[in-house]
Ligand binder design. Structure first.
Ligand SMILES: [Zn+2]
Length: 432
């Protein structure tokens, strides 16, 4: 099998090695980590709290030590590498992501954010830059939730989220308790609450992540500024008509729940663009009762996943969807009920940080293009409590959570330069 580093370096223009960035160093590091948990399909398999995830963390910790950082692992398995600042008592600039993967996942999701946080230190060292504020790299445990249905555990422990008090109740997909699973990588439940940090000691959190979508590619841009992490509302809608014989009930006498539900699904897909450019709504699950080929459907239940980058337009979209569905139900003479299954508020990015991200991009002659994050990230958890900024790196064909996930080394190089310049501004600003 061709090593990832060879694929990355083939066709890489070494004149992109600017500001102390090394394409061959990053390619080699991405490649070595991709080989931990390598699958037959060429993907990576490093579930949270597995030995593979721990091995990847240990490797990066070794590189952090070589780069002169003070390295520690907390009780939730999160790893931090700290570079002292000239004014080391000041709150830290924290930058990082995760290193676990979904089953048979890709080689960039999470890992790229961790390695670019480290590449920043390498670039500063190469160019003789010294930070005034302390700078830390963070590797957060079990982001994907592929071992346990609960993801984002490491970052949740850092902020002391309520879920950390309930870890004794969760089991993994094989029925093992959380405590037994984490014991295999040398952790204990008691360590998780202790991983909570004093958030006043973190001045800002920055995460670089692959986009996992098609927007940057469509705009021909290597990197973009995330302008918010979408809030999510889950709904379950039930449409109730009257079941009947498919042969003996004339069309005019039917109260077909599936026909009404289909009109709702089609109408709902037209609504997000009426509310904002960033809103999305998806019907992903549809259950038909009694689900017989010769029976008029009497009941249909379907799920809705509704997202937008701010809570106000999101709630407006939810109301419009419910109104529209109710109108369709009345016209079709069927019953319509709905319940809200969950609400995850949107997380705003810090406007001052966003301005500085734009400055960093313009310094290297790139457009300061903004796009929302439709998926959750560690930045969503930490960013609810401290000023947060994210960069997205272009994903080839928008593919993610898949062995084909790819970002070119040229795009990684450009992102590394934008990140190092942006972080340099943050660690140089000593005003509180
Ligand atoms: Zn990720």
């Amino acid at each position: 099998m061709t090593r990832l580093s060879e694929t990355l370096l083939s066709g890489y223009d070494r004149s992109l090695d600017l500001d102390g960035f090394s394409g061959s160093r990053l390619a080699e590091r991405l490649s070595v980590i991709s080989e931990i948990g390598l699958t037959a399909e060429g993907g990576s398999n490093r579930p949270g709290y597995s030995k593979a995830e721990q091995k990847a963390k240990d490797l990066v910790c070794g590189w952090m030590r070589e780069a002169g950082l003070a390295v520690r692992q907390d009780g939730a398995g999160n790893c931090f590498g700290r570079l002292a600042g000239g004014q080391d008592h000041l709150p830290v600039i924290l930058c990082g992501s995760h290193i676990d993967t979904v089953p048979n996942g890709g080689h960039f999701d999470g890992v790229l954010g961790v390695l670019l946080a480290l590449e920043t230190v390498e670039m500063w060292r190469a160019t003789g830059f010294t930070p005034q504020r302390p700078y830390e790299i963070g590797i957060f445990s079990e982001e994907e939730g592929s071992s346990f249905n609960a993801g984002l555990i490491g970052s949740s422990a850092v902020i002391g989220a309520p879920v950390i008090g309930e870890l004794d109740k969760i089991v993994d997909h094989e029925g093992r308790s959380f405590a037994a699973a984490v014991a295999e990588v040398g952790l204990s439940l008691a360590g998780f609450p202790a991983a909570r940090r004093d958030l006043s000691e973190i001045a800002a959190f920055v995460e670089v992540h692959i986009e996992q979508g098609l927007v940057l590619e469509a705009h021909g841009l290597p990197v973009g500024i995330v302008n918010g992490i979408c809030g999510i509302v889950g709904l379950e809608m039930t449409v109730t008509g009257i079941p009947g014989h498919a042969g003996t009930t004339p069309m005019g006498y039917r109260r077909d729940a599936l026909v009404a539900a289909s009109r709702m699904v089609a109408a709902i897909s037209e609504l997000p663009k009426q509310v904002s450019d960033t809103a999305v709504a998806t019907v992903g699950q549809l259950r038909v009762f009694p689900n017989g080929s010769n029976v008029i459907p009497g009941k249909v239940r379907f799920s809705l996943d509704i997202r937008d980058v701010a809570d106000e337009p999101l709630e407006r979209l939810v109301s419009r969807i419910v109104q529209t569905a109710t109108g369709i139900a009345e016209a079709a003479n069927v019953e319509h009920t709905w319940t809200r299954t969950f609400t995850e508020p949107a997380v705003a990015v810090d406007e001052r940080l966003k301005t500085r991200q734009a400055d960093a991009l313009r310094e290297i002659n790139l457009a300061a293009f903004e796009l929302p994050s439709g998926a959750g990230h560690d930045a969503m958890i930490i960013g609810a409590h401290v000023p947060m900024a994210m960069f997205f790196v272009r994903s080839k064909d928008g593919i993610s959570h898949n062995p084909c996930e790819f970002s070119t080394l040229a795009d990684c190089a450009t992102s590394a330069r934008a990140l190092a310049r942006f972080l340099a501004k943050l660690v140089s600003d000593t005003a509180d």
